[in-house]
Ligand binder design. Sequence first.
Ligand code: ZN
Length: 403
Amino acid sequence: MNFTELKQAVIYAHKNSPLYQKVFDGIGTENLNSIEDFQNLPFSDKHTLREVYPLGLQAVPDEDVVRIHSSSGTTGNPVIIPYTKQDVEDWAEMFSWCYKTAGVHSSDRVQIMVGYGLWTAGAGFQRGCETLGATAVPTGPGNTEKQFQMMIDLKSTVICSTSSYALLIAEEAARRNVKDKLNLRIGIMGSERFGDLMRSRISSELGIEIFDIYGLTEIYGPGIAIDCSKHEGMHWRDDFMYFEIIDPVTGKNLPDGESGELVITTLKKQAAPLIRYRTHDITRIIPNKCSCGSPYPMIDRILGRTDDMIKVKGVNIYPGQIEDVLRDIDGATSEYQIHINHVQGKDVLTLIVESKSGYAGLAKTIIKVFKAKIGITIECECVPVGTLPRSEKKSKRVFDNRD
Ligand code: ZN
């Protein structure tokens, strides 16, 4: 990492963005000398951006802005992000690199099944595809009939969608018995968290290799990180962004390898530079290089949101971490519940796991692996498959019985 570049990004934001003139008021950003100084700068997040709605973070004159995107704010004002021509080109370059990293070539036909509009998905996938030189088939989401017609008649080779929409398409492909008519080979899925079962279902029904893509509207949009064919993590472009992982409770930086909240600083963004922006996404920086040989560093799949975090015996735990533990254990399934109780002055975490039959001693194994990977001792109870309640929506898995 080039510290001078990071410092320049901070000074640029301080000088040009009304938002950062407020955030850095009284801070001598010119005097930053080390990464430790940088790590003492205040964070910003969605709330900070909402406070300056609509364009209080714009750091360039209006005539330099060529596009506006917005996040879909479910509560309060949406966040409005302006882009200069260079910002749009930078994002397109990164996105085109994402496609390339996933093995997409100029001869591919890319069916883009994500939403077009104010949000960043459609525009990002489209521009990235065209920058690569592949053919975009911008069907947008929905209209399954049309999706199949285009996939079959145009012989689309790549689909881009959310994982839930991909699952719907996969199930529909099975129902229509059209697998032989499809020419798909790659699926690029937005990084909403989805289990391995769903992943392998989509992959086998559609005959595709799945790549996780990451991004958020505030930082360009999707297409800022993606996994490669080794699937060891998602590479990100450290020439465009600086990534940190912090403890979401204390705000302290965590060493590489430890899970926490992803915080992003943009290094080149002109219209809406962001410094130490809290994503509320939980992941970790993977400390080693990818076996693909790429010079770009990696983050892990997103483990969840900071809102889902539970703190037990002083350790932050995310449901995604528990899924990761169970995934690697023979006999365990992905169905589980966590019960936390306070007994005689101590936190006790009991993990109830549905297990396949014929795996005696599974609970012991889970306790051991949990301790090794997450760092705390738990109690574990294995129950037969089908015992825990199922829900159409997101199942409730965490029962915190402490006050
Ligand atoms: Zn790689």
